[in-house]
Design a protein around this ligand. Sequence first.
Ligand code: FES
Length: 312
Amino acid sequence: MQQPKLKSTVQCTDREVGEVTKVIVDPITKEVSHIVVGNGAGEPGRQVPMAQVQAVTDGTVQLRTASTDLAQFPLLKRDEYVTIDEVEIAHLEDHLHVEPGEVLIPLPELERNVKRRTFFANLTHAIGALVALPLAFPVLKYLMKPMYAPLDNHWIKIGSANKIKAEDVGVQFKFKKKFKEAFMPEAEIDKNIWVLKASPAVLEQVYKGKDQIFLDATGREVWINKQSVPYVAYSGKCPHLGCGYKWRAHKVLGQVFLCPCHLSIYDASGKVLDGPAPRPLDTLPIRVTGNGDIEVIDMEFKAGKKEQVRIV
Ligand code: FES
């Protein structure tokens, strides 16, 4: 069936009831899950699942239901959704043929059909892995390196602290990380880390009154992040399944780190506010040199675990 278009006339089995004012998209399957049917009477519109749509033509959406039954569908609670402009989901717009800005994505607390979402998430990951495997082989080798090599504790310069203009605002630093396999030329992968110049309140939430000690595989101390140092670095990988996340304005929660893959949301201290993430964002060893360069040890930790298990 073709996708319902915005402003299409909505027809029940007995009469016309309004038009499509918005569409709601499942961020995992990237398919339209609901249409919002407005009748022009000033109410927010009814959320009608696509299962109730019998047919879609260019300018009309035909529902299976009678107009008297339309009231059974909930009114749209706009605050519980974000638009696709507010989150970044790879290739989402390729799937949709409706105007950006009118396309809504549910926040995690509204995810009703968890089993289906989990199924599609796993399917998407499996297909992605199969397609990418030949291309990703050198990178996978690099990621599997800790299975046969010691953890990498060298400091990497990622940029200048001058880039950070305000407190408690996530700033992304991108860098390239080199790796080398015995049988292959040296290669580079793109990485990123989020750095925050934390206010005393956020610093307290990050460190909870004690310095953070980082250890290597043998239990030897590698570095201590002092709780008095305001710069905090977070690994660029979401602890849920390792996606990249962004610093975004959220209508209800304010400025947050938001992961588009399954909509985990973290506050400036890395604490999980919502979504499936099993632990806070992973802090990294960070130091600022005398001339203002930020350096980090780019540690990585197992995704999907409640506890931190270092792998790189
Ligand atoms: S990878 Fe799933 S929420 Fe980030």
